[in-house]
Each structure stands twice: as structure tokens, then as C-alpha cells.
Design a binder for this molecule. Structure first.
Ligand SMILES: [Zn+2]
Length: 370
């Protein structure tokens, strides 16, 4: 049994609009010499390149997938949103939400990105792969059913989860989001649903600035099936692993999913321009190992990672390579070029003691019977 790796060159052709980093060009904002929005194709293309160079690509089952079809998209997104998106895409592109520009054909590329996530989950649920990684672009976890934001045009993971629930391949799915930003879109889709556990660990008040509170636990039938773990800027390797061990893993144990899906962003890495955290390549490797252990213990190893954010062209490829090598059980290593520097920059004992106390409080508040 192999690791499926879903990718498609066309996902790298999604083009943003006229931005200088996150500011619209115009007035006194001069266009940047290289690139616009930080969500550029390069972070993802360079991950695939690195896999080609090291040979890891030969140890996974790399293939593409059809775009998510309209039936799949309609389970998450209203017909009116899809109609407006397709129309503007056909007309040359534009923008329908906040910081989510797209060019001509953006609709088809977004549907393809969602399709990679659908196929990744289907591969795992039908036993065609042991686990899977979808290099989806554009990303998905911020997109609300009718409002794109944060570079996300379709809710990739929600579309994949709904497809799996609809075809009876799974009854309960857990989504764990370790992107540095809050997974507000995935949360919104499943907020009142007990069959999908959504968990997001993120830098507090980074993006969006008004969602992701610890107190937001779901509503109605979904009460208790959403967990947010907002973390202060500067959280590092040790905190991320502690969050998994003390909060995420117990929640997964209680939920007993049929499959685990990870919203896999690499923007909690120490040199990311859109996060202020201190995770390293090894952090993502260890998180992946823990996710695999949880999947082995709870759901026959059924684990899918879907690529979300991560904006360092240098560092994302090394983070992704470590994660995919771990999934595939490969001995091929692409050593972290910043390992020594970043090891010296982890938080000190005062910060770690504060985080231990914070996580203790959260764990106590979440413990059964409270
Ligand atoms: Zn992010």
C-alpha cells in the first residue's frame, strides 16, 4: 500500500490579481518586482521540484484527478455563488470576496484543486492508498460557502468530506487544521454537524482576526464537535507537539473518526511571512508522525493531508518533503537547511511555562464531564 500524492501543474497556473503582498496596487502602492500576493505558485511548485530532485516522487503514487463536479461543489457552495464565480472567471477574472483574486479560468482551477482533495480522501477510503497528500492550490480552509477569502475560492476539504459522507464511504470524519491561520471556512460548514469534528490550532487573531476563539465549540447538534486552540505569537516546536498530545489526540480518541483529514499549512514555520510562530521542519514531521499514530489506532491508518497555506519559498518545500517522506515511510531525507538556526530561536523557559499553564487550563475545560 502506497502514499497517494495528488498534484496537477494547472493548479500552479492559478493567478492572483494586482497586489503588492497583501495590499492592492494603486495610489502610492508600487507593484513588487517579483510576484504579488504571498500565495504564489512557487512554494508548491518548489515542493514538487524538491521531491523530483531527491527521488521521493518515485516512492509515492503521484497522479492528478478530475475536477470536483458540480454535484460535489453544490454540497458545500450555493448555486448562486458558483454561478457568479464561473461567470467572472469566464469574463477574465476578478474578485468576489476578500483578497481572493483569480484570473480567467480560475473557476476550473479551483474545481481541480478541490478535486485533488476529493480524490485523496477517496483513495484512502477505498483502500487504493494507505494515506494521501493533496497538493491543492488554491487553498480552501478560509472559504465560506458563499464568500471567498484569504486566498481560498472553494472549501476543498469540506467538499471532499461531504463527498465521502454522501457516498457512504465514511460516517464520521475528523478535520485537524494546523495551518497558522484559523480554519474558519471548514468550521463554518460543519459548525452544527456532529458527524464532522473540526479542530483548528492557530496563531490567535492572525487571520481572520475575529474568529477562532476557544469558546467556539459548535452549535445545536454540532455542540462539542468544534475545537479551537488559539496560540500566542512565538509558539514553537514544543507547544505544537503539546497541543497535539494534550488537546488534539484526546479529542480524536473521544470522537473515534472513520478517517482523519489534516488541513496542512506550513505557515506556522519560523520564517513564514504571514505567521509569527516558531515551528520547524521537524515540528511538521513529528506532527505527521502523531497524526499517523492516531489514524493507526483509531481508523485503520486512514489519513489524508490537504495543502493549505505556507508562504516561504525557501522553507515550505523542506516542510512538505519531510511530511510526505514520513507518510510514505521513506528513508529519503531533505535535511532542514535552517535546523541549527531555528533550534537556537525556540521560546525560552518562561514562555514554555506560561504555555504549559494555558494548555492545562484548556485541557481541563475540555475534559469530559465539564
Ligand atoms: Zn494560513
Amino acid at each position: 500500500m502506497t502514499t497517494a500524492f495528488l498534484w496537477d501543474e494547472r493548479c500552479f497556473w492559478h493567478s492572483g490579481g494586482n497586489y503588492a503582498f497583501t495590499a492592492p496596487v494603486g495610489g502610492l502602492v508600487q507593484p513588487l518586482a517579483a510576484g504579488g500576493l504571498p500565495e504564489s505558485p512557487e512554494t508548491k511548485r518548489r515542493l514538487k521540484n524538491l521531491m523530483d530532485v531527491t527521488g521521493l516522487i518515485a516512492e509515492v503514487d503521484a497522479h492528478t484527478a478530475p475536477p470536483a463536479d458540480e454535484e460535489a461543489l453544490l454540497r458545500v457552495h450555493p448555486a448562486e455563488y458558483l454561478r457568479r464565480f464561473r461567470k467572472l472567471s469566464d469574463a477574465g477574472g476578478g474578485e468576489l470576496g476578500l483578497r481572493t483574486p483569480f484570473g480567467r479560468g480560475g473557476y476550473e482551477i479551483a474545481a481541480l484543486s478541490a478535486g485533488l482533495a476529493v480524490e485523496a480522501l477517496d483513495c484512502v477510503l477505498t483502500g487504493r492508498a494507505r494515506n494521501a497528500y493533496a497538493l491543492s492550490r488554491p487553498p480552501g480552509h478560509h472559504c465560506l460557502p458563499d464568500w471567498p477569502n484569504g486566498f481560498c475560492l472553494l472549501s476543498n476539504i469540506a467538499i471532499a468530506v461531504e463527498a465521502a459522507l454522501a457516498n457512504g464511504a465514511a460516517e464520521r470524519i475528523a478535520v485537524v487544521d494546523w495551518d497558522v491561520h484559523h480554519g474558519n471556512g471548514t468550521e463554518a460548514v460543519f459548525y452544527e454537524r456532529p458527524e464532522v469534528l473540526t479542530i483548528s490550532m492557530h496563531q490567535e487573531r492572525n487571520y481572520p482576526t475575529n474568529t477562532g476563539d476557544f469558546a467556539d465549540r459548535g452549535r445545536g447538534a454540532g455542540e462539542g464537535f468544534n475545537m479551537n486552540v488559539p496560540l500566542p505569537a512565538g509558539s514553537g516546536h514544543r507547544t505544537y507537539l503539546n497541543v497535539w498530545d494534550r488537546l488534539v489526540r484526546p479529542a480524536l480518541d473521544r470522537f473515534r473518526p472513520d478517517a482523519i483529514v489534516i488541513a496542512c499549512g506550513f505557515d506556522a514555520a519560523a520564517i513564514d511571512p504571514l505567521g509569527r510562530m516558531l515551528a520547524t521542519v521537524d515540528t511538521f514531521r513529528q506532527l505527521t508522525r502523531r497524526a499517523m499514530e492516531a489514524a493507526d489506532d483509531l481508523c485503520g491508518g486512514r489519513l489524508v493531508l490537504v495543502h493549505e497555506g505556507g508562504y516561504s519559498e525557501l522553507y515550505v518545500p523542506f516542510c512538505g518533503h519531510a511530511v510526505i517522506a514520513e507518510l510514505a515511510g521513506s528513508a529519503i531525507d531533505a535535511p532542514d537547511p535552517l535546523a541549527a538556526q531555528l533550534a537556537e530561536r525556540q521560546p525560552g523557559p518562561r514562555f514554555e511555562a506560561m504555555m504549559d499553564a494555558t494548555l492545562d487550563e484548556m485541557a481541563a475545560a475540555l475534559s469530559p464531564g465539564r
